[in-house]
Design a protein around this ligand. Structure first.
Ligand SMILES: Nc1nc2c(ncn2[C@@H]2O[C@H](COP(=O)(O)OP(=O)(O)OP(=O)(O)O)[C@@H](O)[C@H]2O)c(=O)[nH]1
Ligand SMILES: [Mg+2]
Length: 490
């Protein structure tokens, strides 16, 4: 039996009334998956074993008819399940898409949903399996002819740009008829349909092979020869994974996380009966998704605990090694962005990355400036101390002025604070600012010193003055005393 792996339960993608289930990405836990997606879908007439085949191929758990309850329709609408990863370390996420069988009595002659389903699967799938019983291979019975006509018609009419899908015919209940004979018969019938189809002007000369890579395989009866069936299915599985994950893919360049937006866009257009412009949707989805990833990474940086601590430290003083501390935090979120956005359109991806860096820098720059300001003030203080010291000791301001160590130290500190992802360079501006502050400090120190010296000189002059006034007063006093004495004697 096929290996049953947890988590491969299917979820409804589009119900039988055409309603899209946007929650399917959550159900399948695809939102954070950055791997690209490869889609394998199946078509075929009702009760021909489509869901059984998908389950064996992809270890999924699509609902299968319970024959004890009689023959009846089982799958309604379009279902999707995540398959086990063929290579967990790389490669795409594989999604299996199971569809409602065609030719059922439930929809009577209404083929609208069948056409819509075919168009949807051809738009999102890398590989489309057409499941049919071996004995219906000549296409004249078993309802395969209208199904193939539908597939060919939507493929040739409904896409704005020509594209190619892997079309794998799986012939069930293999009989004694050799495979090459079956294949030949099948192709004769197919070409007949193709040739008889009314084609749009631009596709008049197009061949079936311009649109499809066709492969034909036959499988033993699942019920009568289960072991043989399983062996054949495992060979088929490898082929399907290989063709679905290499070469040009339909949804192949859309990462799993963007698949819901992409699939929804396509389904909406199908319901509006519009032609499908897949490259355009892919770019649109890339823009939406890359912006969203960038916003998430911005928010994560904004709330990052290490960053918040640095921001707090910067308020009270210079943060040593600011750049070396901040840059790696930014790098974490940039590489998360790169990882999650890697499979989206390059131009959109680069634009959102640029915006992410700009937004992060808007948060970082004020803190960076405050750190640099602290550093400049500290250097200026050191300079002022040295200048005052020189003036005191030597009475002149010469050596300190010529000394470049303050600018060099600040240059090194600026290097230390530089954030490597920054889109600014403040070094020249900051150095010019320090120079002008140093010049201003020299002027202030000189003026202050000049003022002090002047005050000293004035004080000295005052005391000298006071000295000469004292001598005069003494002379007068002596003269007065001698006059008094002379008068006394007289
Ligand atoms: N003869 C035969 N019967 C099969 C084979 N595979 C599955 N079945 C049986 O066919 C019945 C229908 O199988 P499903 O897988 O539900 O078929 P389906 O095509 O998905 O059916 P709908 O979803 O209703 O269109 C079940 O009873 C299966 O056991 C097979 O290889 N040969
Ligand atoms: Mg089914």
């Amino acid at each position: 039996m096929a290996q049953q792996v947890e988590g491969n339960h299917p979820t409804l993608l589009i119900d039988g009334d055409g309603n899209f289930n946007s929650k399917f990405v959550d159900d399948l836990k695809l939102a954070a998956v950055s791997r690209p997606v490869a889609v394998v879908s199946v078509f075929g007439v009702q009760s021909t074993g489509k869901s059984t085949l998908m389950n064996s191929l992809h270890s999924t758990k699509f609902k299968v008819m319970d024959a004890s309850q009689g023959m009846h329709q089982t799958t309604k609408g379009i279902w999707v399940a995540k398959c086990p990863l063929p290579n967990p370390n790389g490669g795409p996420e594989i999604l299996a898409v199971d569809t409602e069988g065609s030719d059922g009595s439930e929809r009577e002659d209404d083929t609208k949903f069948e056409k819509q389903t075919a168009l949807f699967c051809l738009a999102v799938a890398n590989t489309v399996i057409v499941n049919m019983k071996c004995y219906t291979v000549n296409l004249n019975n078993g309802g395969n002819r209208p199904l193939l006509r539908t597939i060919f018609e939507v493929m040739i009419r409904k896409f704005c740009t020509r594209r190619k899908v892997n079309l794998v015919f799986v012939l069930r209940d293999k009989n004694k008829c050799p495979l090459d004979k079956l294949e030949e018969q099948l192709k004769v019938g197919m070409y007949k349909i193709w040739e008889g189809m009314k084609k749009p002007e631009a596709q008049l000369n197009a061949s079936l092979e311009d649109f499809f890579n066709i492969k034909v395989v036959a499988l033993s009866n699942f019920e009568d020869k289960p072991e043989q069936f399983e062996n054949e299915v495992s060979g088929l599985r490898e082929r399907i994974i290989s063709i679905s994950t290499s070469g040009e893919g339909a949804a192949g360049s859309t990462p799993a996380s963007g698949f819901a937006d992409y699939a929804k866009k396509i389904w909406d257009k199908i319901k509006e009966d519009k032609d499908l412009d897949l490259p355009h949707y892919r770019i649109m989805v890339a823009e939406i998704r890359c912006n969203k990833i960038a916003e998430e990474k911005y928010q994560s940086f904004y709330d990052d605990r290490s960053w918040l601590q640095i921001e707090k430290d910067a308020i009270s003083g210079a943060v040593q090694g600011f750049g070396a501390k901040v840059s790696p935090i930014i790098d974490i979120y940039l590489s998360q962005y790169d990882e999650e956005a890697q499979h989206y359109d390059e131009t959109k991806r680069d634009a959102s990355r640029k915006q992410l860096i700009e937004n992060i820098m808007k948060v970082v720059k004020p803190t960076y400036l405050s750190v640099v300001e602290h550093m400049r003030h500290q250097i200026l203080e050191k300079f002022e101390e040295a200048a005052v010291d020189e003036l005191k000791k030597k009475g002149v301001l010469v050596a300190v002025k010529k000394n470049h160590k303050y600018t060099i130290e600040f240059k090194n500190q600026l290097k230390d604070a530089a954030v490597k992802q920054a889109n600014w360079n403040q070094d020249t501006e900051q150095l010019a600012q320090l120079k002008s502050e140093i010049d201003h400090a020299i002027e202030v120190i000189r003026d202050t010193n000049e003022l002090l010296e002047q005050q000293k000189r004035d004080k000295r002059a005052f005391w000298l003055n006071v000295g000469s006034i004292g001598a005069n007063v003494l002379d007068i006093a002596l003269n007065v005393a001698s006059v008094i004495m002379v008068a006394g004697h007289a």
